[in-house]
Design a protein around this ligand. Structure first.
Ligand SMILES: [Fe+2]
Ligand SMILES: [Fe+2]
Length: 383
């Protein structure tokens, strides 16, 4: 069986103290699919897409597909997918028992399924406490597979897949919420605005999505990177105020203290992972890599470990570019906002020195998406 990949590529370094343990949702879904085959031999693909209400975007998340997965790395605006938007509104389910006759309705999507050999589909929206979170798609190589009898038996199965998805997303949100709370009750630097974090997370996702086909990154991994990129500086809560808020240049000694925010951040992540008993989960691994490596540089001039090249996790390499790009293009008390071109010129100059050349190149190819993100998450007085 072909299934969604969960791990970052083998070249990515593990953050110090890495502890391997449990499976990601993609692996669990694949096992579940295997078991289901006993009762539902005609189900050849199960896929989950999740919804981001802030941008009305539906994103491929995990899948277990026997044929090709026609929606790998697919992102679409829900409003543009009329039939699915209707299901999200009403909570209804959709059965298409012959995709060949359905090409007229949602041509592009039905065609992609057909070309991968799928002939029928059953779509179930995922709701939790009345809120829409995404969809489960069941597909079959057979026409007419989803009979009323199969649908009835499939109902509890869809329920279980829904719940597991919600649990996974909740665990990620729980960690985000914990970090957010800690930061709110302590203090964050002025420049760490909500808008900065929104934008840099989305820049990281842009780079990761474009890198995904080249590096075999799963949509699940891309999603975790997006969710956790904004937590890169969690360790700053452990840096003393007089250093964190110092308006002038830091002395070398002060800078050394500032650098400890990376290891402090890792300690915070590990404490949280232990508290929530999620240590070793794939998403915690992504979070650890983000925190551990966001100040490492390709040429070894970064900190705290001075790692070089591919020894730096991909999470760290992507987040470094996304974070610096947003810092450059934002106003700070001590500098104006650089234009996108000026920031690109800086990244290009530092490509292969401080920054991963692929990450720089892919961000530079994303000009219109960057403009959308900048206008949607502009700085406000509330930040
Ligand atoms: Fe940092
Ligand atoms: Fe930042």
């Amino acid at each position: 069986m072909k299934m969604g990949k969960v791990d970052a590529p083998a070249t990515a370094a593990r953050a110090p103290g890495y502890r391997p343990v449990h499976q990601g949702l993609a692996e669990r879904l694949a096992c579940f699919h295997d078991e289901m085959k006993r009762d539902f031999d005609g189900i050849n693909r199960i896929a989950i897409a999740i919804y981001d209400p802030a941008t009305d975007i539906l994103k491929a998340f995990v899948h277990s597909s026997e044929g090709d997965n026609p929606f790998e790395h697919t992102v679409a605006r829900l409003a543009d997918l009329k039939p699915l938007a209707a299901l999200a509104r009403t909570g209804g389910r959709r059965v298409i028992n012959d995709l060949t006759t359905h090409v007229a309705g949602t041509p592009a999507h039905a065609k992609r399924l057909l070309s991968a050999g799928y002939l029928s589909s059953y779509t179930v929206p995922i709701f939790h406490s009345g809120t829409f979170h995404g969809f489960i798609f069941f597909n079959s190589f057979q026409t007419g597979y989803f009979t009323p009898e199969v649908l009835q038996r499939l109902r509890p199965v869809a329920e279980v897949v829904s719940l597991r998805t919600i649990m996974e997303l909740d665990a990620v949100r729980m960690i985000q919420a914990a970090v957010k709370t800690v930061r709110q009750i302590s203090r964050a630097r002025d420049e760490e605005t909500g808008a900065h974090l929104e934008r840099m997370g989305r820049y990281a996702r842009l780079i990761a999505l474009r890198l995904a086909p080249r590096r075999g990154l799963s949509d699940e991994w891309v999603e975790f990177l997006f969710q956790f990129a904004p937590l890169h500086d969690v360790g700053k809560i452990a840096v003393p105020d007089q250093i964190l808020f110092k308006p002038d240049r830091l002395t070398p000694e002060e800078f050394n203290v500032m650098k400890t925010h990376v290891t402090k951040g890792l300690e915070i992540v590990d404490t949280m992972a232990d508290t929530f008993r999620v240590g070793g989960a794939p998403y915690v691994r992504v979070l650890r890599n983000v925190v551990a490596h966001h100040h490492e540089a390709i040429d070894g001039s970064g900190y705290p470990q001075g790692l070089t090249g591919e020894a730096i996790s991909l999470e760290g390499r992507i987040v470094a570019v996304a974070d610096v790009f947003d810092a450059l293009t934002s106003v700070r008390p001590y500098k104006r906002a650089w234009s996108i071109d000026e920031a690109f010129a800086f990244l290009t100059e530092q490509s292969g020195k401080k920054f991963d050349p692929d990450a720089v190149e892919l961000l530079k190819n994303s000009r219109s998406a960057i403009a959308d993100i900048k206008s949607q998450f502009a700085e406000t007085d509330l930040d």
